[in-house]
Write a protein of this length. Structure first.
Length: 403
C-alpha cells in the first residue's frame, strides 16, 4: 500500500443559500472552477497528470448535474485530459470524495487526484434529486421515514436534551467561528470568489451571527414542530420509539446547520507525485470508515465511524487530538461527545456548520481543510473528521500531520 498525502486544501467562503446570498448569481461550475484554479495556482499541479477530479455533490441535478466535476475542470481551464467524477452520499459526499481519492492512491490506482465538493443550496434544495426516500410510500413505511429536522428532535428527546443545552451549544459555535475569523485561522484556505467581470462576490463566510447568545437563540421558534404534528411524522417516531411519550421540539434555524453555497478542493497524492512537483506533504490520510444506523433516528452514526477510523489507524479516540464533527444539528454533536467521551475543547474548536453553514457536497472537504489548518497551528498530530448523512449513514476520516 502507498501512503496518500494531502498537499493542499482550499475552500470558498460560504454564501447564504437564498436569492439574496452573495454567490446565488453564480453557477455551481463557477464555484468548482474557483477552487480548482486556486489549487492549481498554489501547487502547480498541472505539471503532473491529475488522474481524476472527484467532487461530492449532495443533489447532482440541474445545474449541479451531468458530472459537475468534469464540467468544472474544463471550466477552470485544466488540461483537457483531466477526468472528473461525482460521488453522492448526502451530507458526507465531500468526505467520501476525499476517502475515495486516498483509496485510489493507496491502492496504486492513481498518483495524483483532486477531491472536494460543490453545493449551491440557493439553487438546488435538499433532496432536489428526488428518489425513494420520502417519495415511495412502501419504502417510507419500511424505513419509518423521518425528515432530518424531526430526526434531530427525536435524537434530542431520546438524549434528554433541553432548549437551553442546544442553544448554548449553538451560541458557542457562533462565538468560536467569530474568534477564528478574527484571528485569521481560516486565512490559509479561503479563496475569494469573483464573478465573470472580476468583481468580488464574497471573501468571508456570510451565514455567521457572531452576536448570538443562548438568550437570543431561545426566542426562535422550533423549526420542525409543524412537520412532526401536521405531517404525521411525530406519530411515526413514537411508533418506532415507543419510549418517546412526547417529542420535544428543540431545533430551530439558530441551532441547526445553515443553508449555504460553497465549494472545496484538496490535492491528494503519493509521495512520489509530491517529489516530482516539489511539494511537501502537509498530512497523511491514514484511515477512513463508513457506518450506518437506524434510518428513522438517522443522526447517530458518526461516533461509531470515528471509533472505527481511529482503530483502523492504530489509535483509540482519547488519543486523537482534534475532531471536526459536522454540526448538522446541535444534538448531533452533543450526542457524539456524550457517547465517545471526547471533550468539547477538542471538538469543532473553530465553530461549525451552525455558525458558518453546511453546503452539503462541499462540507466534507471543507472540514478536512479546517482540521488540517488547526492541527498545523497547534502542532497537533492527529485529527478526525466525521459527518452524519441521510438514511442513517456516518463517514469518518483520520489524518496525521506530517512533520
Amino acid at each position: 500500500m502507498t501512503d496518500a498525502y494531502i498537499y493542499d486544501a482550499v475552500r470558498t467562503p460560504r454564501g447564504a443559500g437564498r436569492p439574496t446570498g452573495s454567490l446565488h448569481t453564480l453557477s455551481p461550475i463557477d464555484l468548482g472552477a474557483t477552487v480548482l484554479r486556486a489549487l492549481r495556482q498554489r501547487t502547480g499541479f498541472e505539471r503532473e497528470p491529475v488522474e481524476d477530479v472527484i467532487f461530492g455533490v449532495g443533489d447532482a441535478v440541474d445545474d449541479q448535474g451531468a458530472n459537475l466535476a468534469r464540467s468544472a475542470a474544463l471550466h477552470a481551464g485544466l488540461d483537457i485530459g483531466t477526468p472528473g467524477s461525482v460521488i453522492s452520499r448526502f451530507c458526507a459526499s465531500g468526505l467520501d470524495a476525499v476517502n475515495l481519492a486516498a483509496a485510489k492512491v493507496g491502492a496504486g490506482h492513481g498518483d495524483l487526484l483532486i477531491a472536494g465538493g460543490v453545493e449551491m443550496m440557493s439553487l438546488i434544495p435538499i433532496a432536489g434529486t428526488g428518489g425513494p426516500w420520502g417519495t415511495d410510500a412502501a419504502f417510507n413505511t419500511l424505513s419509518n421515514f423521518t425528515p432530518l429536522g424531526v430526526a434531530a428532535d427525536l435524537l434530542g428527546t431520546l438524549e434528554g436534551h433541553d432548549r437551553a443545552q442546544v442553544d448554548a451549544y449553538a451560541a458557542e459555535s457562533q462565538a468560536r467561528a467569530a474568534r477564528a475569523w478574527d484571528e485569521g485561522r481560516f486565512a490559509r484556505s479561503i479563496v475569494p470568489v469573483h464573478d465573470f467581470n472580476g468583481d468580488l462576490c464574497l471573501d468571508r463566510d456570510e451565514h455567521m451571527r457572531p452576536g448570538s447568545t443562548a438568550e437570543s437563540l431561545a426566542k426562535l421558534k422550533p423549526a420542525f414542530a409543524d412537520m412532526a404534528t401536521k405531517g404525521g411524522f411525530g406519530e411515526i417516531v413514537k411508533k418506532r420509539y415507543p419510549e418517546v411519550n412526547r417529542l420535544q421540539h428543540l431545533h430551530t434555524g439558530g441551532n441547526s446547520s445553515g443553508v449555504v453555497d460553497g465549494a472545496s478542493a484538496l490535492l491528494i497524492g503519493s509521495a512520489a507525485a509530491g517529489e516530482r512537483l516539489g511539494l511537501a506533504p502537509r498530512a497523511r490520510i491514514t484511515s477512513s470508515a463508513t457506518t450506518a444506523c437506524d434510518p428513522c433516528l438517522m443522526l447517530v452514526a458518526p461516533a461509531e465511524a470515528a471509533r472505527r477510523a481511529a482503530e483502523r489507524g492504530g489509535y483509540t479516540l482519547d488519543q486523537i487530538d482534534l475532531f471536526e464533527v459536522n454540526e448538522a444539528f446541535a444534538s448531533v454533536v452533543l450526542r457524539f461527545m456524550r457517547e465517545t467521551g471526547v471533550p468539547h475543547d477538542k471538538v469543532n474548536v473553530n465553530g461549525g456548520a451552525i455558525a458558518m453553514g453546511h453546503p452539503i457536497g462541499a462540507t466534507g472537504g471543507i472540514l478536512v481543510g479546517t482540521l488540517l489548518d488547526e492541527m498545523e497551528r497547534r502542532g497537533a498530530r492527529t485529527g478526525i473528521v466525521t459527518l452524519c448523512a441521510g438514511l442513517g449513514l456516518g463517514v469518518a476520516t483520520l489524518i496525521e500531520l506530517v512533520e
